[in-house]
Design a protein around this ligand. Structure first.
Ligand SMILES: Cc1ncc(COP(=O)(O)O)c(C=O)c1O
Length: 462
């Protein structure tokens, strides 16, 4: 524990927090009333708060702590680099060894079309780079009218002006005059809401067909790119049918538009493959990453640039007027190198693919017998449980009840971090999680579901 943590009580932390800290995605007044939970340290898959509670972190921080907390290699890599060269930029024809080595290693672990990377400081910035790069690409090819990027409703691509515009969250668009021009949205591949009555496979093809419809609506010669998360994370861990992505690829190829895979959550092993595009069988031209690249130990993001785009930027380009102070930050890159080597050495991707991913799927399947659980989905080490009022019809609870939040409170009260997206209860635990820890998590999840059910029965919501 560091010194400051020892010297203040929870109440003192909460008072100072409410007085000065505007938290992201937070109702400030409500947080000030309730007081934050103060997380003071972590080890493995467990967090510890200022009240001495131990909490199983089934969200990997914020979908990022893939290798778990307390990994000394990462700490040492950062410390060594801080001592040697804490910062130098990559502008003006300079580079640092960690940035070069990380670029080399990323080219090795990503699909073969990726030999180049553009670094950013976060996933949102990475997606800003995507918008700039996609438009630059078509400009260089003499087709500047191709500027429209198609995304999906309920997508999450970050919170900067471009990231939030690419995202399909109505609440975000409502604040700040978004989306920016040239970004349009189509429906998401959410079978439970949009595909009931069709088989999942048929629905996957129908949902991908909405891309073709949107291309024709916009005008095929205006469309620059399509962007999507292989599995929509923040939207509620919506795993598309297996038929969806191959059809999206076919349509992108047919119209010659760029395919962008936002791998900020799905990258670095989350789906049981290094990248989600490999799990779903696409060949993206650009791939955004962040989070798992450093397991969240230090901020880093970027865009993998496929040969199709890289060759144009390099051969025809001239100067690309874009970049960030922290593009290729040497300390962040040193941590990423240690993190990726650790993932390789411990075989974490293979472990998720062959062992813990299938085991999680089995355990989540067993929750189908719970009276509140409608749909169940997993993909690698992420999963969702949809709470429904009526299992047979899939009818939801009234939104105003906020049943997901009720369930989430029971999780928190019970030593488990699980997130609620509406009534979808979602997890994305660290990839180091063992079978025994999955069992332990399932006990906590079932207990939270039972307590939520008891609330629903007591209040006559069922
Ligand atoms: C798919 C996806 N893209 C982009 C982002 C934005 O990343 P950041 O919060 O690092 O800016 C997120 C964050 O959750 C994400 O899930």
């Amino acid at each position: 524990m560091n010194q400051t943590t020892r010297t203040r009580s929870t109440q003192e932390w909460q008072r100072a927090d409410a007085a000065h800290f505007l938290h992201p995605f937070t109702d400030f007044q409500s947080l000030a009333r309730k007081g934050s939970r103060i997380i003071t340290r972590a080890e493995g898959i467990y967090l510890h708060d200022s009240e001495g509670h131990k909490i199983l972190d089934a969200m990997s921080g914020l979908w990022c702590v893939n290798v778990g907390y307390g990994r000394q290699e990462l700490v040492e890599a950062a410390t060594r680099q801080l001592r040697e060269l804490p910062f130098y930029n990559a502008f003006f024809q300079t580079a640092t060894p960690p940035a070069i080595e990380l670029a080399e290693l990323l080219a090795e672990v990503t699909p073969p079309q990726f030999k180049h990377v553009f670094f950013s400081g976060s996933g949102s910035e990475g997606n800003d780079t995507v918008v700039r790069m996609v438009r630059r690409y078509w400009d260089l090819l003499g087709q500047p009218q191709r500027h429209v990027i198609i995304s999906r409703k309920n997508a999450y691509h970050g919170s900067t002006m471009a990231g939030a515009s690419l995202g399909g969250m109505g609440g975000m668009h409502a604040q700040g005059g978004l989306p920016i021009p040239g970004i349009v949205h189509m429906e998401q591949p959410y079978w439970h809401e949009l595909g009931r009555g069709l088989s999942r496979d048929d629905f996957g093809r129908v949902a991908a067909g909405w891309l073709e419809a949107k291309i024709l609506e916009v005008g095929a010669d205006q469309v620059a790119a399509f962007i999507g998360e292989p599995v929509q994370g923040a939207g509620g861990v919506i795993v598309p049918p297996d038929t969806y992505w191959p059809e999206i690829q076919r349509i992108c190829d047919k119209y010659g538009i760029l395919l962008v895979s936002d791998e900020v959550i799905c990258g670095f092993g989350r789906t049981g493959q290094w990248f989600g595009c490999e799990r779903f069988g696409t060949r993206p031209d650009l791939m955004t990453f962040a989070k798992g690249v450093t397991s969240g130990y230090i901020p880093l993001g970027g865009v993998m640039v496929g040969d199709r785009v890289a060759n144009v930027l390099i051969e025809r380009g001239g100067e690309f007027n874009h970049g960030y102070t922290y593009s290729g930050h040497p300390v962040a890159c040193a941590v990423a190198l240690a993190n990726i080597r650790l993932i390789q050495r411990e075989g974490l991707v293979e472990r998720v693919r062959d062992d813990t991913g299938p085991y999680l799927a089995e355990c989540f399947d067993a929750l189908r017998d719970h009276p509140l659980v409608g749909e169940v989905q997993t993909c690698g080490l992420m999963g969702a449980l949809l709470l429904v009022k009526d299992k047979a019809s899939g009818a939801p609870f009234p939104e105003a009840l906020e049943l997901g939040m009720v369930c989430r409170s029971h999780c928190f009260g019970n030593g488990l971090v699980m997130r609620a997206v509406g009534d979808r209860m979602i997890i994305a635990p660290p990839l180091v999680m063992t079978r025994a820890q999955i069992d332990e998590m399932l006990v906590l999840i079932r207990r939270a579901l039972d307590r939520t059910l008891a609330d629903a029965q007591r209040n006559g919501w069922l």
